[in-house]
Design a protein around this ligand. Structure first.
Ligand SMILES: Nc1ncnc2c1ncn2[C@@H]1O[C@H](COP(=O)(O)OP(=O)(O)OP(=O)(O)O)[C@@H](O)[C@H]1O
Length: 245
């Protein structure tokens, strides 16, 4: 069957270690992430959220099943081809912004292009900063920016290659609620206005409520899918799931 999903996981298994110390981090996970959708991934500590993101992004190999990104089956790729796919088709943001302090916001956004030995297009840099609402901060250094602004520079940097999918691992984890709301609004706008596909791991039901749907992991399996819920409903479903498990 053909699929129009930007990212498709089919029966993905991932085990760390061997023998008695082996841990099954993903135990047959299947999920599709359609173009222009915003998905949150939740679950208790150790449930496999980060592993899911790493495998879906081709940062880690799987032990079973299949990962297809933008029509490309990762299993068929050499290490080099996988690296290029990650560089050109996938964007990442993490809890830590990982900005270079000696570079301005615009220079940080241009950095992936420079590292790929491409001449950064100033218009593209300006566009990425505009998309996250930071047109007025292009010449500022990270130390001159708030946490929420720094995370939005990291978002703009992730967008500069026009990735098929943006993966975010706890992007609001280091932010207060006001700054979190600004970053989540920026993510929502990328999805709504530009059709960006976003997959975000979070512990926070408020952050998860910004997504179109929430996938819930427990012990490496998908155990729930929640759509169009508010933070209180999401929190209640997580508690129900934990009690049922
Ligand atoms: N590199 C590794 N080596 C061995 N075990 C690992 C490794 N990475 C993850 N694990 C184990 O795999 C399981 C899933 O880990 P993962 O980091 O995906 O969970 P998580 O849901 O993201 O947790 P958290 O919310 O605490 O970040 C855990 O039991 C973890 O201890």
């Amino acid at each position: 069957m053909t699929s129009t999903a930007t990212v498709r996981l089919s029966a993905v298994r991932k085990t760390y270690g061997t023998g008695a110390s082996a841990v099954t981090a993903l135990d047959g996970v299947s999920a599709e992430f359609a173009p222009g959708t915003f998905t949150a991934v939740m679950g208790a500590s150790g449930s496999g959220k980060s592993t899911l993101l790493q495998c879906a992004a081709g940062l880690d190999t799987v032990d079973g099943g299949q990962v297809v990104i933008a029509g490309t089956d990762l299993a068929g790729l050499s290490e080099r081809a996988r690296t290029l796919l990650r560089r050109d088709r996938i964007g990442f943001v993490f809890q830590a912004y990982n900005l270079v302090g000696a570079l301005t916001a615009a220079q940080n956004v241009a950095l992936p292009q420079r590292l790929a030995r491409r001449a950064p297009d100033p218009a593209e840099v300006a566009r990425a900063l505009a998309e996250v609402g930071l047109s007025g901060r292009a010449g500022h250094y990270p130390a001159q920016l708030s946490g929420g602004e720094q995370q939005r520079v990291a978002l703009a940097r992730a967008l500069i290659t026009r990735p098929a999918v943006l993966f975010a691992d706890e992007p609001t984890g280091a932010l207060d609620s006001t700054a979190s709301a600004v970053v989540l609004a920026a993510l929502r706008r990328l999805v709504g206005a530009y059709g960006q596909t976003v997959v975000m791991v979070t512990h926070d039901p408020v952050a998860a409520a910004a997504a179109d749907r929430v996938l819930v992991l427990a012990d490496g399996r998908l155990v729930d899918e929640i759509a169009g819920a508010d933070p209180a409903q999401i929190a209640a479903r997580l508690v129900q799931g934990a009690v049922a498990a």
